[in-house]
Design a protein around this ligand. Sequence first.
Ligand SMILES: NCc1[nH]cc(CCC(=O)O)c1CC(=O)O
Length: 310
Amino acid sequence: MSSNLIRIATRKSPLAMWQAEFVKAELERIHSGLRVELLPMSTKGDVILDTPLAKVGGKGLFVKELEVAMLEHEADIAVHSMKDVPVDFPDGLGLQVICERDDPRDAFVSNRYTSLDELPEGALVGTSSLRRQCQIRAARPDLIIKDLRGNVGTRLAKLDNGDYDAIILAAAGLKRLQLESRIASFLSAEESLPANGQGAVGIECRSDDARVHALLAPLEHMETRYRVLAERAMNTRLEGGCQVPIGAYAEIEGNTLTLRGLVGSPDGKQIIRGQVTGPKTQATHLGTALAEELLAKGAKAILDAVYANA
Ligand SMILES: NCc1[nH]cc(CCC(=O)O)c1CC(=O)O
């Protein structure tokens, strides 16, 4: 392998391509003389687009093919939305770098209404996320949640086609695709606690590849790492994949990290919330501790019921 080349395995969706291009540009900016190539690939998650994600099952739906490419030395790194990265990595691979987080919020997108509050009774809201569904239903039990799949562009087209009164998307994805003008309003963390890792991009690579580790090191953002570590530790302890009604969101002030967490039933009738605060260097411990608190408050029964239905 030529020592001035890095190959990025990436999904072909516009958002994945943007994230891969972003890392490519950063690497080329930092390391003069380095060549970075993209290796676009299809994953199982991209192919099964008409089944609700919650029912497709199987962790790592969007990353397996990328990981195989790295293990077989066809690619060196993969760029992921941290929200979609499973907790476990295959032997020989690891998450090497977490880049600075973009906007972590959920966005309310509609051509007719400016916010959830403004939606008339019985309005149709599109999302396939159990986390978004449960929080919206808790606030507005009258709204009808309708499944919404596909990449960001497809989802917006379905809204424009009149299939929904409003849809909920991650603000970061819309901003990356220069679709920020489609955002009618942002949901606060109180209205919709974000998913673990939302808005952050991570880079996976072979665990023994010292050359690539050194090249990636300048992209690391420690504050984001602590926040995402806390959020992911909570999910891990709850044994949550990405399609679960779990919200986890950490913020840092000075050296102090505050993590908020939530587990809810998809119908929004039960929501268990908690919060922990402590030194940011204890991020993983704080996440695990919050998960324990949520489990003690009844999260286990909710999650068992969700997994039984999946
Ligand atoms: N689940 C798909 C996905 N994965 C990451 C993002 C957005 C970007 C991010 O959160 O980093 C999205 C789209 C969405 O939820 O609207």
